[in-house]
Structures are given as structure tokens and as C-alpha cells.
Ligand binder design. Structure first.
Ligand SMILES: [Zn+2]
Length: 218
């Protein structure tokens, strides 16, 4: 793996959503039901598997990651003429590789009283009462981009899919929905993308750093 590609993996791993789908849909007033993975021990409620219902996290792909991908194209296509950038199918496509595992921890126990809380026992009183969630494995999104690079004299070229990297999430953060394919899904994505771009701009103006660092070594 080239140096730029390593930076790209790192930058993609560090990306966080600008908005949740729930927030974004509320802002555009679209009444689409979004849900999270069922509680541990509760069966997945759909016939479609989780990866087919998962909504790709709403990242801001407008800035640094795109510059890194353009730089990585130099490593992927060493024959590219200087100054040319291949056509990128942007933004990258997200696939849920793993929906992750989480559970509730057993309640804290007192050495003497177990999980019965005894009034007047200092150890019992020091124990947490709220149930702790434990993430056993994260949810993993992978991100691919199609690149159409044609060598000089050959304008046909075929698009190739490149893995940019993966992003890990708390499994409880993954959002699911039934209507993100087909025409209604396309409308949903277009509408939501606009809100996400606006929110990313707003945050940049407030000084939030949404971009990974500039690629080194060019
Ligand atoms: Zn006790």
C-alpha cells in the first residue's frame, strides 16, 4: 500500500457523520421511519438482512478525502499524465460489512451482598445502578469509489472500484430504514445530501475542522 493510500485509510477511519439520518430527515420534514438495531437478544425484525436496510452514515465527502483520493489515483494509475484527474463517481458508496455486537453488562456486585443493594453498606452504595452497555465488536462500514481512468489514446476505459477504507461505529448508532432503494430512495438521498452539505458548511464557518490533513509527500 502506498503512502497516500495509508493516509486515505486513516482519514476515512476518522470520519464522523455530520448529521444522523434521523436529524437530517427531521430537518427536511420527511416522515421516514428510521430505527436502530434491536436490543440484545431480540431478533432482527426484517426479512431483509441488516446490511440491506442500513443507511450509510452521512459524512462530509466534499473536502480533504476527495483530495486524498485524487492523490491516490497517482499511485493506482502510475501512467496517468501529470495534471489529469480521473473521473470519480462521488460520493463514495458505503456498505455495512458488520453490524457489530453489543450487550448489557451484568450488574455490579458487592462482595458481601451480591446484586442485592444493602442500606448502610459502603460497597453497595458505591456501585452503579444504571445498566452498562458493552460493545463487543464495532459496526464496520466500508467505502468504495468507482474510478474511470483512461490511458491516453484510449477513451473507453472501464471503471474500477477502489476501497478507500473503513469507518467503525458503536453498533447502537447504525440507522436502518426500508426505503433507500429505487426512486423514493434516490429522492431521499438527494434531499438529505443537501441538508448534510449545508450543515457541513455551517460547521466549517464556525471553525469545526471536518477535513483530514493535507496529503504529505507530493
Ligand atoms: Zn454490600
Amino acid at each position: 500500500m502506498g503512502e497516500i493510500e495509508k493516509e486515505l485509510r486513516w482519514a476515512v477511519a476518522a470520519l464522523r457523520p455530520v448529521l444522523s439520518w434521523e436529524e437530517a430527515l427531521a430537518r427536511v420534514g420527511m416522515g421516514v421511519e428510521v430505527w436502530h438495531h434491536p436490543e440484545p437478544g431480540v431478533e432482527w425484525p426484517m426479512t431483509l438482512p441488516p446490511e440491506d436496510c442500513a443507511l450509510p452514515p452521512l459524512m462530509d465527502w466534499s473536502g480533504g478525502v476527495r483530495r486524498l483520493v485524487e492523490a491516490a489515483c497517482r499511485e493506482w494509475y502510475p501512467w496517468l499524465e501529470p495534471g489529469t484527474v480521473p473521473a470519480l463517481e462521488w460520493p463514495p458508496r458505503g456498505s455495512l460489512e458488520d453490524s457489530g455486537q453489543w450487550d448489557y453488562a451484568d450488574p455490579d456486585e458487592c462482595a458481601e451482598h451480591g446484586d442485592e443493594r444493602s442500606v448502610g453498606c459502603a460497597e453497595c452504595e458505591g456501585l452503579r445502578d444504571e445498566v452498562q452497555a458493552v460493545v463487543h465488536s464495532p459496526a464496520v462500514w466500508s467505502w468504495h469509489v468507482n474510478v474511470l481512468a483512461a490511458s491516453s489514446g484510449d477513451s473507453s476505459g472501464t471503471a474500477e472500484s477502489w476501497l478507500l477504507g473503513t469507518t467503525e461505529f458503536d453498533p447502537r448508532e447504525v440507522e436502518y430504514c426500508l426505503v433507500h432503494d429505487g426512486d423514493s430512495g434516490a429522492l431521499l438521498v438527494t434531499t438529505v445530501s443537501r441538508v448534510v452539505a449545508e450543515e457541513a458548511d455551517r460547521r466549517r464557518r464556525l471553525g469545526d475542522d471536518l477535513d483530514p490533513p493535507e496529503p504529505q509527500g507530493r
